[in-house]
Design a protein around this ligand. Sequence first.
Ligand code: PGA
Length: 262
Amino acid sequence: MEVIIQPTREAAALLTAKIIAAEVRKNPAAVLGLATGATVEPVYTNLIEMHHKEGLDFSLCKTFNLDEYVGLNGDHPASYRYFMNTHLFDHINIDKRNTHIPNGMASDLKAECLEYEEAIWNAGGIDIQLLGIGLDGHIGFNEPMSSLQSRTRVKQLNPITIRQNAGYFGGPDKMPRRAITMGVGTILDSQRCIMLATGASKAEILAEAIEGPFCAKVTASALQWHRHAVVIVDENCALHLKNREYYDWSFNHQPEWAPFRT
Ligand code: PGA
């Protein structure tokens, strides 16, 4: 796992977008794993700008999102389908038929989850998976004590998560209680993972995930097990990291990062 600390939220989001863009340029038919939430919004703003100004071409890409609320259809403004359309897909040249988000309205949720796993498999697997981290340390909606081998399934949301996201619904009482989420095992199968975390409110849980034990209590800690995981944080979120000197030294000296150091 590599940890990269950037001075600001904006710089962290820009670096994340540049890494995704480099993947798309190298592999125009890339399979992108995507995430939703306030943290990744500026990543998508940057990708849209790169599409318009630099011709970043998504026409052959496929995407798979991490999760969707059970019981919301894609027209609901708080659904993740709606989020992805409005924050990214409507503004780039992706074929929407190649964008996949679990169907939270499926009558057979179990079958939907199996089909989602199959669709990822049939696409050849995810080349690069973007992730945020929840206040409870989740990736996707893999709430504490999720199996670290879990696959796509329905998960009961943690009250912490319900409080975190209630604002999108006009209050916790209006929030769905369940979501379909890729499992931790599904996420770990991706060729590369990039987790973006910004802001002081995530600093403690981020330090637990990165430098604490590998454990189901904090499912983001599973990235310690991944062969090619990069965690990008801003200064505010890096507050409790102990090995900072090494992270900075490593980013500043590794040849692989030279094109990304500005
Ligand atoms: P946020 O959500 O970016 O809105 O904080 C991240 C997450 O819960 O995974």
